[in-house]
Design a protein around this ligand. Structure first.
Ligand code: IMP
Length: 435
């Protein structure tokens, strides 16, 4: 089984980091291939909790080669901070980390633009993580104003920065002059200074130099050598730029479709895709979430599941499991098996609900709508299941779970149409059952 991928099937935060960490043992290389420092992974190892953002969760196993591939947008300050923090905690980071020279670099103008365009355009804001992700991907696709990691080491880097800063300052100035006061963004009036940005990024470039490599070539060699590679998706399939709940999505292909363009590895190499879901639904940021419970029940799930963003600390919107959405994303990401996380959070409820279809304009719909306005109108049709009272965090064998918990898992599997292979009842590696 050379190639395995771990993909979130909801709106992110499905606790993928734990599964990546567990499966890393059986792999030689772990690859992050899309997104950036908008992602947050929590890994608990030997009773210690680590928060990761850009660095693959494989970093805790010294035998594993970690790769940040070209599809990632790299915030140098953020990754340097992460590296320093892990080094301080005695985690080895050296030639076990490779950063693609093709990855696009996030600059201060991307963060500024994120703050501006998050709110312009009318309607509900996207509610981004404000990490400059979207604007950096915009420049990547636009090409003329993009800077990749390799460019940081080129003789024309200074000239590039000067030219781009010139253009960005004009754009921001134009926006400031034309904005009415309600759209005025604090900090936007500050002019970007090419010289200081250049110096700052030259410093980052030197710090990152030991890790920079042609990761596409490295991974293609690894494929030829039949190495076991684990691909670690960030965010969730429903946030996919092309197939998610547009425009309330992230700016990369966060479903299974992003593995190949982000890493450069050919599709046939992948032998298994594991889709990760929570036993319920969460979402951060804007956009519809049909099964959201904006009531005591939602609060109860949030508090029991500690549902606050790893990166932004924002409280997550919580609700019942949405089998319509997950059936769609499981097919989209081509998953072979499902891992159900945080089942323990649902202990104590008298009954539980799973959304099996939507009603849109009086019609029963069993597929996930492609248009956001249809999803906004979707009223969930629920199936009610019996709950269980027992705490299950100490259960280590699937057979020992309460009968209603097993029935809940069985229904998820039936409704999504994929086998459930892993059930997690807590953050520790030991709180995991393989079916
Ligand atoms: P961006 O990726 O910062 O542009 O944010 C776009 C949308 O994706 C917002 O709704 C964010 O809350 C959401 N998002 C981005 N990264 C994550 C994540 O790691 N988990 C959950 N939601 C995310």
């Amino acid at each position: 089984m050379p190639g395995t991928a771990i993909i979130g099937l909801q709106w992110g935060d499905e606790a993928k980091g734990k599964i990546v960490d567990l499966l890393t043992e059986q792999h030689e290389i772990v690859v992050r291939y899309q997104g950036g420092a908008n992602a947050g992974h929590t890994v608990v190892t030997n009773g210690k909790e680590f928060k990761l953002s850009l660095i693959p969760s494989g970093i805790f196993r010294p035998h594993v080669q970690c790769v940040i591939a070209g599809g990632v947008v790299l915030d140098p300050a953020s990754i340097i901070k992460e590296i320093d923090s892990l080094l301080k905690q005695n985690i080895k980071i050296g030639n076990n980390l490779l950063i693609s020279n093709r990855a696009h670099v996030i600059f201060p103008w991307h963060n500024l633009a994120d703050r501006i365009f998050n709110n312009i355009g009318g309607g509900e804001p996207i509610g981004t993580t404000l990490r400059g992700i979207g604007p950096c991907y915009e420049d990547k696709v636009g090409r003329a104003l993009a800077i990749r990691v390799a460019d940081l080491y080129q003789p024309d880097f200074k000239e590039k920065i000067e030219n781009i800063v010139g253009v960005k300052n004009q754009l921001f100035l134009g926006l400031t002059n034309n904005c009415d006061n309600t759209m005025r963004i604090p900090g936007l009036d500050v002019e970007l200074d090419a010289e200081s940005i250049y110096k700052e990024y030259c410093g980052y470039a030197e710090q990152l130099r030991p890790y920079v490599a042609d990761t596409t070539n490295y991974l293609l060699d690894a494929v030829d050598a039949d190495k076991r590679i684990l691909f670690e998706g960030a965010q969730g399939s429903l946030l996919d730029i092309d197939h998610g709940t547009f425009p309330y999505v992230t700016s990369s292909n966060s479903s299974g479709t992003g593995i190949f363009n982000g890493s450069g590895v050919p599709p046939h190499f992948l032998k298994k895709i594991i889709g990760v879901v929570k036993a319920y639904t969460t979402r951060v940021g804007g956009g519809p979430c049909p099964t959201e419970q904006s009531n005591d029940l939602g609060t109860q799930i949030r508090e029991r599941g500690r549902e606050y963003g790893t990166v932004t600390k924002r409280p997550r919107r919580c609700g019942w499991f949405d089998a319509v959405a997950v059936r769609y994303s499981a097919r989209l990401s081509g998953v072979d098996a499902i891992s159900v996380m945080l089942l323990d959070v649902l202990s104590g409820f008298d009954s539980l609900q799973i959304c099996t279809a939507y009603e849109i304009d009086g019609q029963r719909i069993e597929y996930f709508p492609s248009l956001i306005n249809d999803l906004r109108k979707a009223v969930p049709i629920y199936e009610t299941l019996p709950g269980w009272k027992e705490e299950i965090t100490a259960v280590t064998k699937y057979d020992d779970l309460p009968v209603n918990a097993k029935y809940y898992i069985k229904r998820i599997s039936e409704l999504v149409g994929k086998p459930v292979e892993i059930v997690s009842v807590g953050p520790d590696r030991l709180q995991t059952m393989f079916l």
